[in-house]
Design a protein around this ligand. Structure first.
Ligand SMILES: Nc1ncnc2c1ncn2[C@@H]1O[C@H](COP(=O)(O)OP(=O)(O)O)[C@@H](O)[C@H]1O
Ligand SMILES: [Mg+2]
Length: 360
């Protein structure tokens, strides 16, 4: 009777242990962070799937291997050896090859009942995106400061020269004041572009989507640029099928896209050049291209023109009053509408910029 009664109790315990192990296994397997468990000799006795991905090894490929065999990174091996010898937790941040991802590695000692170290657990947390984001942010702050400082330095220089006596000569005074005026306008444009970028970035989704007529939007932007077009004697042609389906867009943001594309086409095309604006329906999208016969963009710069502050020729862009933010605003707006941007160009022959928007 006793024996019969004992068996289920022991069975329950064994069952409980097996269940605990399965639960532990399931937790480790489902973890995004890599986890390795090492014995006192820094030999791996357990590793989850994420840890195998960190070191790019096949399933079970980490087991029974010494830490030094899987990583040539002294920062990690030294740090874990220290944890094993001192019994104190530690962490480091390092690039792990061959994956080249940046990991924050946190190691804690495993101690027995008497407090003696018998191993260690190391957790690998991928911080690549966070670090890349930090770098992009600090580059952005650096660029903005530089862009703000340049016109300010110029304004300060001209004001000082005027105060030093140049203002007595009315021609010089007028010339300097008009430079100051242009620089102030550039600062204003820069601030406006930065505010536009930050407002689009803070909106996860565009809120004011409604049916918009692309043809009407393009016509009104062409009207805005009327004076510049005639001043440079440019030939501007707008080609579209009639009827053209309406698109789903925020009308003001669409206007900004078209203004930036046409502004560039006009700025970077010499007098008497040509600009062709094409609209066509392709599947569920309306594709709009702006082609010019301007200076063109070198092949190696094409992938970068949509980056913030990227300009092929910094001096030329500045002279034309550019902020270097126009195309990054275009890309942001179009992509947040679910559309795409593209560019093709040949140096000396011209450029074609394209954007697509979903039809309603
Ligand atoms: N139509 C174009 N033809 C030639 N180069 C262009 C054209 N559009 C843009 N670019 C190049 O791409 C750069 C980035 O454009 P953008 O973001 O609008 O800044 P910018 O304020 O300088 O116009 C420009 O400085 C210019 O070098
Ligand atoms: Mg521009």
């Amino acid at each position: 009777m006793r024996k019969v009664g004992q068996t289920p109790k022991r069975g329950n315990k064994v069952f409980k242990i097996a269940q605990d192990q399965r639960t532990m296994q399931a937790i480790l397997t489902s973890m995004v962070d890599g986890v390795i468990v090492l014995d006192i000799n820094a030999c791996i006795i357990h590793a989850n799937k994420a840890a195998e991905n960190v070191f790019l090894v096949r399933e079970g490929g980490l087991l029974a291997r010494h830490l030094k065999d899987i990583s040539e990174d002294y920062e990690i091996t030294d740090m874990i050896s220290e944890v094993l010898s001192t019994g104190k937790e530690n962490f480091t941040e390092t690039v792990i090859n061959p994956s080249t991802q940046i990991f924050r590695v946190h190691a804690v000692p495993v101690k027995d009942r008497n407090g003696c170290v018998e191993g260690a657990i190391a957790v690998f947390h991928d911080v690549t995106d966070a670090r890349n984001f930090d770098q992009i942010r600090s580059e952005f702050v650096g660029n903005v400061s530089h862009e703000l400082r340049t016109p300010l330095t110029s304004i300060k220089g001209f004001v000082e020269t005027l105060l030093d006596g140049a203002m007595e000569d009315s021609d010089t005074c007028r010339r300097f004041l008009s430079i100051i005026d242009a620089e102030t306008n550039r600062l204003t444009r820069l601030i406006e572009d930065l505010l536009t970028l930050s407002s689009i970035e803070s909106q996860e989704q565009i809120n004011c989507l409604k049916p918009v007529c692309m043809i009407r939007s393009i016509r009104s932007v062409m009207n805005i640029f009327g004076p510049q077009i005639s001043e440079k004697c440019l030939h501007v042609e707008f080609i579209y099928p009639n009827p053209l389906p309406l698109i789903q867009a925020d009308e003001d943001l669409l206007g900004q896209v078209l203004i930036n594309l046409l502004d560039n086409a006009i700025k970077y095309t010499p007098p008497q050049g040509k600009i062709f604006i094409h609209c066509r329906k392709r599947d569920s999208r309306i594709v709009t291209t702006v082609r010019d016969t301007g200076m063109g963009i070198p092949h190696e710069s094409l992938p970068r023109v949509f980056e913030r502050f990227y300009r092929v020729d910094k001096a030329r862009s500045r002279n034309q009053g550019g902020t270097g933010l126009g195309l990054s605003i275009v890309k942001h707006i179009v992509e947040s509408h679910g559309g795409e941007v593209f560019v093709d160009s040949e140096i000396g022959k011209g450029s074609t910029f394209g954007v697509s928007f979903l039809v309603i």
